[in-house]
Design a protein around this ligand. Structure first.
Ligand SMILES: Nc1ncnc2c1ncn2[C@@H]1O[C@H](COP(=O)(O)OP(=O)(O)OP(=O)(O)O)[C@@H](O)[C@H]1O
Ligand SMILES: [Mg+2]
Length: 254
């Protein structure tokens, strides 16, 4: 158990956003709206279509799990929604930004509103847990260095790791590293969290803890979550499960 999980979010000193405020700058209160999205890798004869007419809507504050066999296009869809790949067909609106035709500047601004949690947690090995969390606040000029430090420590406390704040990633367990990456993803109070198999490297107990934590923190802040998972044991944390197969969303699925 993580004793600090019972702390109210106000104990972090962070403002809690309501779902209503979160939706204020979104089209019709929708966090993610994907319509008729096709996507291919490669060019000319080597073109391989990966996504076919994908349609998906996610409301502010909704927790959605994306499931499906290996290679069906889940990560590709997640990276398109996150503005990490260029959308060239169909319509993708994320937090009010139209991604088809978006400028680099618009994409950078969008990425700052998103918390990313990846399977291999991408922590910087030469920075402590606290410094890793702080990196996501670097672009937030409105915070002083002291405030960034304070916020990073508050987030580590929320994920039950205040006692490991000064540890380097190499000295942390897999579950602890993944909790640091969740703290980092949430530090900037993102309106949307995109997670790609955050439990893949963890045993079932730590995996469940990590996902419950992500869900709880997202709920407290009214953030939407789109999470790719193969892990059947965590399906119950979702508001909705979106199954994918061969680059298509299975209509009439769960
Ligand atoms: N950069 C790339 N260039 C070319 N093909 C790619 C690239 N990335 C992925 N693919 C291909 O696109 C398809 C979908 O890959 P994707 O990573 O989206 O699958 P996935 O559903 O996330 O699978 P997994 O569950 O194994 O992570 C696969 O056939 C993969 O080989
Ligand atoms: Mg993948």
């Amino acid at each position: 158990m993580l004793p600090s999980l019972s702390l109210p979010s106000s104990s972090t000193g962070l403002a809690t956003r309501s779902a209503t405020t979160t939706g204020a700058n979104m089209t019709g209160g929708v966090a993610i709206e994907v319509e008729g999205l096709n996507f291919s890798f490669g060019e000319g004869d080597l073109t391989k279509q990966i996504l076919f007419d994908v349609n998906l809507q996610i409301a502010p504050g909704e927790v959605v799990l994306l499931t499906g066999p290996s290679g069906c296009g889940k990560t590709t869809l997640l990276t398109l929604v996150g503005g990490l790949r260029t959308v060239t067909s169909g319509r993708v609106n994320v937090l009010g930004t139209e991604l088809n035709g978006a400028t680099q500047g618009e994409l950078i601004a969008l990425r700052r509103k998103i918390g990313f949690v990846f399977q291999l947690h991408n922590l910087l090995e030469f920075l402590t847990a606290a410094q890793n969390v702080e990196t996501s606040l670097q672009l937030h000029d409105e915070l002083s260095p002291a405030e960034r430090k304070e916020r990073a420590l508050a987030l580590l406390d929320e994920v039950g790791l205040s006692h490991r704040a000064q540890a380097l990633p190499a000295a942390l367990s897999g579950g602890q590293r993944q909790r640091v990456s969740i703290a980092r993803a949430l530090a900037a109070q993102p309106q949307l969290i995109l997670a790609d198999e955050p439990t893949a490297a963890l045993d079932s107990h730590s995996g469940r803890q990590v996902v419950e934590l992500l869900q709880k923190l997202a709920r407290e802040r009214g953030s939407s979550v789109l999470m790719v998972t193969h892990d059947n044991r965590i399906l119950d944390i979702a508001d909705r499960i979106v199954p994918m197969e061969d680059g298509r969303i299975v209509v009439g699925g769960v």
